[in-house]
Design a protein around this ligand. Sequence first.
Ligand code: PMP
Length: 359
Amino acid sequence: MDLTRYFDNAASTPCDPRVIEEMLPFLHLNPGNPHSIHAFGRYAESAVEQARQRIAELIGAEDPSQIIFTSGATESNHLVLHSFGERVVTSLVEHSSVREMAQRNNLKSFGQLGSKTLVESIGADQVASLIAVSNEVGTMLAPEAYRELRPGRLHLDATQLVGKFQLDGLNFDFLSGSGHKFYGPKGIGFLYAQDPTELTPLGVGGGQENGLRSGTLNVPGIVGMGCAASIAIEEMASDLDHAQQLRSIVCEELASVSDLRINGGSEVSPYILSISVQGVEAETLLLELDAAGFAVSAGAACSSRDTGNNPVLEAMGLEPDWIRGTLRISFGRFNSRDAAQALGRTLRHVIENTRALRR
Ligand code: PMP
């Protein structure tokens, strides 16, 4: 498998080799539990606290104690929703971890990101839980919307934003992130809380993370995510530039294809390219690209096995015909420009050939 052809970075990024190197000692040489008082434990604890500081620096948190380690953004999102219950308001275009939890608990969900209905629906005593960058189409929550939302509280599901964009200037009360979306390991994430005492834990037990998240800390994962955060601080600008170039290359290759639309609007993350083509099913495209060694996704990975039904794209007003032909290409640090060109060219040929066969 050729990593340069892996264009499913929104589903999960590869672990950076520098991250793996920092994690390795914590998988064998130092098995210490950070809550043990012996030297192994103390060493693990200091590594965890260093990682907490690195995450705080990445997102511009005032104090590392505002960072709570979790198993990933799903759990971070649930921690906020659980803590504020009926006071939470969400949009209709959230990640499934928020959308389905909101449905299950009969929470209020309105409109799209930045839409007037959504903004007007958020009262001063409410907590808006909103996706900062759509994992499906890359739409970014507009900065004006953040400011308009300020009367209420704001939880950002920033899983597709963290490590990729500067967060300074954004006003938020809570923020979720996942290590494996910015070249850290899977199964580790964090929640930032401006005031962690407002949170109610999902479970009880050992009382780790100031009682907010019981369970032995995933030390190798935390160390890896911390390292990924430091790399992101250094390389964010060049990574972004790289993603922009890759996206343009693929778009240029597809420019001549008829009945093709690019989703996500004008404020879109360069890391995600969502296209819809008419008359060709996304699954066909995905399998043809797979056969050529390219990994892409038919929508979000969590829903990619069910390509006919996509509540987020429906809420965005995409007709079923277009939804069936929706493909997500997502870019990352390890893609090459040559691979992006080859992907665009192959995709163009597959669309044209499939349409020709159907005529
Ligand atoms: N929110 C968004 C926007 C995501 O893209 C994802 C991952 N697809 C999640 C939450 C959940 O992250 P995880 O699977 O790491 O818990």
